[in-house]
Design a protein around this ligand. Structure first.
Ligand SMILES: [Zn+2]
Length: 332
């Protein structure tokens, strides 16, 4: 806790009353910070006032003890200019008080955690692609990995080598190129197969570069539901590829692209299903994937019958059909 004194100190200001408590050199009672920091460590010896003196100790009669000094010493001249009128202290009867001040807010005797947090963590600039990661209905663990990827903070082998670690450079998925963010997402032949699976059957043409792709995901289609699905697919691919890469590294177990694609399909299906149900229960509302209705009559899938065993309500069947057909749009 004592280590935090350095952090907390700039927030504390002293409102001088009688001056018998406030430390002349160490308390921020002139509003510019402690005088020992403004004047420098030579201040106390130069002006002849002890380092532990209180503000009242600096008064001689009705003025400061250096008020009559004609010295041209820059420290003395600077201090004389910084000190406020002494008359106010002489007339004051109440004690000195210590207040909490954050940024431009007025000092207060109340501690504000939000204001202090904001002062300690000033907002940085907003990246234009943040809504491609933190969009409504995202899968949290997928979005988190995407966010880390976007900031290039994953421990890919190229970064570990830059830190001085002696490790192999090869990509664990293809063993043909070096392991890096740009290669994993999605220059790698293995990961490219996974991502292209979700875009090949559509008219969507995402950029090849990861960051360009994130910007593209802000508005990949005019249809809102298509935007949601393609973003979920992108997130799932990033998450699954990074997971597969780590499994190969730590456990030596390798999976095929087909197996990974099945997992991603199940994840997205599970995410869309409750969303579609809630949409279907709203009268006059567009279904989650209402724009995909032409596909309804042409798609035949044996898995539907197995899945429908779990649904009893008519609305459940309707909702599930919408979800499944939406998936069919991408994966047939
Ligand atoms: Zn590779």
């Amino acid at each position: 806790m004592c280590k935090l004194r350095v952090v907390a100190r700039p927030f504390i200001v002293c409102e001088v009353g009688s001056g018998v408590t406030a430390k002349f050199w160490h308390d921020n009672w002139i509003g510019l910070g402690p005088l020992i920091e403004v004047i420098g460590p030579l201040g106390p010896r130069t002006v002849g006032l002890p380092i532990d003196a209180v503000v009242r100790d600096a008064l001689r009669g009705t003025s400061w003890w250096i008020a009559s000094s004609r010295s041209r010493n820059p420290i003395i001249v600077q201090l004389k200019n910084l000190l406020p009128e002494a008359q106010g202290l002489l007339d004051c009867q109440h004690d000195d008080s210590f207040l909490w001040k954050t940024d431009l807010h007025a000092p207060s005797n109340r501690f504000s955690a939000p204001r202090t947090w904001s002062a300690l963590h000033p907002q940085s600039h907003t990246v234009p692609w943040h809504k491609a990661v933190w969009f409504k209905n995202h899968v949290p663990k997928h979005a988190f990995i995407c966010w880390v990827v976007a900031w290039n903070r994953l421990h890919t082998r190229d970064r570990l080598q830059n830190w001085g670690l002696s490790i192999p450079a090869e990509c664990l998925l293809c063993n043909a190129h070096d392991d890096s963010r740009a290669h994993l997402f999605f220059e790698c032949q293995f990961s490219g197969v996974v991502w292209r699976f979700f875009t090949a059957s559509t008219n969507l043409n995402p950029p090849a570069q990861l960051m360009d792709c994130l910007n593209w995901l802000l508005s990949p289609s005019r249809e809102k539901n298509i935007c949601l699905i393609i973003r979920l697919a992108f997130h799932s691919c990033v998450y699954a590829i990074w997971r597969e890469r780590n499994q190969r590294l730590h456990s030596g177990v390798s999976r095929s692209t087909e197996s990974i694609l099945k997992d991603i399909q199940l994840i997205i299906r599970a995410r869309l299903d409750p969303l579609s149900r809630s949409t279907a229960h709203q009268p006059n509302a567009l279904s989650l994937l209402g724009t995909c209705e032409p596909e309804i009559t042409v798609y035949k899938a044996p898995e539907i019958e197995v899945k429908l065993d779990n649904f009893n309500e008519k609305t459940d069947i309707y909702s599930f059909g919408i979800v499944f057909l939406s998936l069919a749009l991408f994966w047939i």
